[in-house]
Design a protein around this ligand. Sequence first.
Ligand code: ZN
Length: 463
Amino acid sequence: MKAKWLAALLAALCALLTAVAAGAERSGACGDHVTWTLSGEGVLTVSGQGDMGDFDSSPFPAADVKFAVIEPGVTRIGDWAFSGCAALSGVSIPEGVTAIGEGAFNGCISLEEAAFPDGLARIGYGAFAGCTALRRVVFPAGVDLSGYAFSGCAGLTSLSFPDHVTAGGWAFYGCGGLTEVSFRDGVTCVGGVDFYGCPNLADIFMPDSVTSIDYGFSFNRYNHPRLGITAQTCGSPAYNWATSYGFPVRALNHIPVMDPADPSAVIRCAVCGEMIRPQETDPTPRSGTYLERGVDGVFRVYTDGVFDAGYEGLIDYEDQSFFTAGGMVLTGASGLALYDGVWYFLAEGRLVKEHSGFVLYDGEWFLIRNGLLDADASGIYEYNGFRFLISLGRKVSEYSGLWQNSDGQWLFIAGGQVVEYTGLALYDGAWFYVVDGALAVDYTGEVAYNGARFTVVNGMLAG
Ligand SMILES: [Zn+2]
């Protein structure tokens, strides 16, 4: 059992050793004082001092190079050095490299990104031609691109240039995916870059720093039927140049001025005169305190455009009024609510100002007038054909007996309500004659009641 296990381990070890041998490090010279090393993982390192040599084809095992590291000290990448490295996906180029030779990365179809260091002065003829996977290129200021340098890089969709970049004829020829080009802020001259053979180029951005667009900027509307120019500000040299050459042109910045004749409605650009849409101007926040419905559907209180979390009380919205606390409508509030000495009749926070009459709240009846407790109401109040005894807006339900109204009438009350009754009624041990709920104090005579006849004097039963 143990022997069998040992045999399996030895077999695994042999397999591992074979794999290492297949990926063994290889190396060589590629310049007078420059060498290369290719690791088992496919990383090619170029190190030493000075320029690499120039070649007619790659001096490396081109099919096995997956990533290239140029170490500091190397000053130039030689002609055709990495050409045809089909598996090369990236390259690291340090500061100190000042030139990249002719065809150096020609046909590196897996290369996706190329970032060049400051100080790089020249990229040679066709250096990155046919790098169809290339999506991102970072150019340093002042670099000179030789002819065809990036021709046939179909994967490039956008490019950004710093100042003083020049590009020889047909540098981007056949970059059919290129749609956007921008010159970075600070670029003063865009004259040296040629986009001939980029038929889908649709937009070139030029900042206000661009003051020179010379003859070398050799594109025209015939070569670029889709091209429009984006200027930073209308009236800038780039804007005026594009306008004079008949390109569609737009400006990111206008200078808005209000028409003094109609300050509320008309805003025009002071430079180009174009109408500026109202949403491009800063909206003036509403002043005062008001209720506003948010995009979430929630109503909140704002004061001068700012959420007013400290607000409490009634606030109007359209033709309604709402009861708020903490800047929010008290949607949970229904019934009577006391605020600042006034009782309000609410339904889910809304003042029910269309209501006048009695409402039952907390077991008591209250008299409401236009949504507010009628706290001045005292005396007899008629509602729905009945009369009630009210004190400070509250029905006096605990009261039963005779009660003298403001017109001098004595009314017969039971449970706070006038008893709409005609006949004899017992109160406090005595019998009274009542007509429609009022004591008949002026009546003296006989009264028929329950089949018998009684004598009444001044509304009271005699005897
Ligand atoms: Zn304008």
